[in-house]
Design a binder for this molecule. Structure first.
Ligand code: NAD
Ligand code: SER
Length: 316
């Protein structure tokens, strides 16, 4: 059987997608790759791969006989503000090279897009599946381009490309990689360690979010969906919950009553957040491949606190 390749596998999503894929397909079937060095104690093949290097990419695809690529390598929204050229090269150049290699070697491709693919002229409430996409961040520019490139390779060359517009992902295994929604992860670490958090977004900033187990299920589910059902194959709106920092703090206070939050606004990330939807309509994902999230704000908060308390428990 042809193998699976995950790029950017050491990031927030890859750290949990790789074990989930290995559990389903067997450790040897899933090749984890990243620009960074391999972590210790990982079962299964791990390779260095810079997704902007076509030679390294082609050599790896041939050597492992790869049939499916989960292309996660990217620079996130806040990092892309500081490094716009590198963001374009990795997010757009890397995606183009992955699609071109997929065409040559007959691979299917999962490519994550984001709520960052929308902009200030997009309807911000219940953002439709098909709507205006004029993002004002470099991250958003690369995400829209990625959606279009995936559409093009599917239409023109029949490459089986699929994708999701993910919201902010909340998780406890690997830290987030420098996004605008990172506060919704950091807040849990600080709540447990210090019972207070200084938030870089305004308290009333509403954004869509999803707990990692739902994100992993969504990625696996869309890749398994019958192709004939997928009218919006590359850029499905998906969401599980939306909340503001004030509402998240109130939910944490149900478990840590003396938790306090204050605000030190980062104007750069605030401007990005203010250009994104406050809520998205994911009815196309529900209708076309049966998307249903399992976690809401209450169940996610409880599970994050339980898991992080164990993880952060001082060793005796
Ligand atoms: P991350 O920043 O945690 O991880 C990205 C990984 O890519 C890192 O391990 C990094 O070392 C690697 N990388 C960077 N440049 C590379 C290169 N040239 N070649 C190979 N690897 C390289 O990101 P993530 O949160 O795991 O996100 C994965 C994907 O999902 C990205 O496309 C991101 O835009 C998208 N996404 C993430 C979120 C989220 O909240 N985490 C939300 C929406 C979409
Ligand atoms: N969580 C991501 C970010 O903030 C959204 O794509 O960059």
């Amino acid at each position: 059987m042809r193998k699976i390749l995950v790029t950017g596998a050491l990031g927030q999503i890859g750290s949990e997608l790789v074990p989930a894929l290995r559990e389903r397909h067997g450790a040897e079937q899933v090749v984890a790759s990243d620009l960074r060095g391999a972590p210790g104690g990982v079962e299964g093949p791990v390779e260095h791969l810079d997704c902007t290097d076509p030679q390294e990419l082609h050599e790896l695809l041939q050597r492992h006989d790869i049939g499916v690529i989960y292309h996660l390598a990217a620079l996130l929204s806040a990092v892309a503000v500081e490094k716009p050229q590198e963001a374009w090269n990795v997010n757009t150049g890397g995606t183009f090279l992955v699609l071109e290699a997929a065409r040559l070697y007959g691979c299917a491709v999962f490519q994550p897009s984001s709520i960052g693919a929308f902009g200030p002229t997009t309807p911000r409430e219940n953002t439709p599946q098909d709507t205006i996409q004029r993002p004002t961040s470099m991250y958003g520019v690369t995400k829209v381009t990625g959606e279009l490139l995936c559409d093009y390779y599917a239409l023109r060359f029949g490459v089986d490309t699929r994708g999701l517009r993910l919201p902010g992902i909340i998780s406890h295994v690997a830290p987030p990689g420098g996004g605008t929604t990172d506060y919704a992860v950091d807040i849990f670490y600080q709540a447990i360690r210090h019972r207070r958090y200084s938030c870089f977004l305004r308290g009333d900033t509403r954004l869509d979010m999803m707990y990692m187990p739902d994100a992993i299920n969504a990625i696996i589910q869309i890749m398994a969906a019958p192709p004939a059902n997928l009218k919006h194959r590359n850029a499905f709106n998906v969401t599980a919950m939306n909340f503001t920092p004030e509402e998240l703090a109130a939910e944490i206070r149900k478990h840590i009553p003396d938790f306090e939050i204050d605000y030190e606004i980062d104007p750069v990330r605030q401007a990005i957040a203010d250009s994104w939807p406050r809520s998205v309509d994911d009815s196309a994902a529900r209708a076309e491949w049966g998307w249903i999230p399992s976690y809401d704000l209450g169940t996610m908060t409880r599970d994050m606190l339980d898991k992080l308390r164990l993880k952060l428990k001082p060793a005796n």
